[in-house]
Design a binder for this molecule. Structure first.
Ligand SMILES: O=C(O)[C@H](O)[C@@H](O)[C@H](O)[C@H](O)COP(=O)(O)O
Length: 224
């Protein structure tokens, strides 16, 4: 389902209201609730609104959908992004599930990070971004590891997409598609065009966003 908003401010308010509603409903049913959120340049205004929602954040596990394997001091760190913009104000008591640990290579800390993520699964809510190349999380069409990252039984996978400057850790296709509530947050005409293309393409290797688009319950939140 496509939820179109008149502008980006309304988009971010609309998605924050939906996610807060889902969190509150899940918190009535479960002791702990888990949510995965994207990095990148789009979601920060969404985080700025969601972080003020009055709910039992101390019972919420927050994780990324993917992380560039760079330290939190790095300008491209998604961990730094959510620590600054989401894990603050009312949401400061949420528990962040680590996606980064200092190491030469992500493979060196994979077991520990994977175990921490696994303990917080299945996801109650997953908010995903999407690139103009129809990637989502760090499931990129130009990644030699894509087939394994889609099929893996592990919760995360190390990928080294040709188009990206650093190695990445991404939630696997299985984890993303198993989330109870799935949302895709996109803005701008280029992303809408990519979405329309992804809905025509049947091959998840060409359009990795199909890991969630294939589920008719997935909701897309869009503004021009
Ligand atoms: O690490 C990342 O970059 C994100 O998690 C990634 O999956 C992002 O959602 C898309 O690349 C869209 O990024 P933009 O929002 O910057 O267009």
């Amino acid at each position: 389902m496509l939820n179109k908003f008149e502008d980006r401010a309304a988009l971010m308010v609309g998605l924050a209201a939906q996610v807060a509603k889902d969190l509150r409903a899940a918190l009535v049913q479960k002791e702990r609730v888990s949510i995965a959120v994207p990095g990148g340049t789009t979601p920060a205004p969404f985080f700025d609104i969601l972080c003020h929602e009055d709910l039992a954040w101390e019972r919420v596990d927050v994780m990324l959908t993917d992380e560039r394997f760079v330290p939190p001091t790095h300008a491209r760190s998604n961990t730094a992004l959510i620590n600054a913009r989401l894990i603050t104000n009312a949401a400061s008591s949420a528990r962040v599930v680590p996606f980064y640990q200092a190491a030469e290579r992500p493979e060196d800390v994979f077991t520990e990070i994977s175990a921490g993520i696994d303990a917080a699964l299945p996801l109650d809510i997953c908010v995903l971004g999407m690139g103009a190349d129809m990637h989502t999380a760090s499931l990129f069409p130009d990644s030699a590891e894509l087939a394994d990252a889609l099929a893996s039984d592990a919760p995360v996978h190390v990928v080294r997409p040709a188009s990206q400057p650093e190695a990445r850790l991404t939630l696997t296709g299985r984890v993303l598609s198993a989330a109870v509530h799935k949302y895709v947050l996109i803005a701008g005409p280029e992303k809408l065009q990519a979405l329309e293309q992804a809905q025509k393409v049947r091959d998840v290797m060409v359009a990795p966003i199909r890991v969630v688009l294939a589920d008719p319950k997935t909701q897309v939140f869009f503004a021009p």
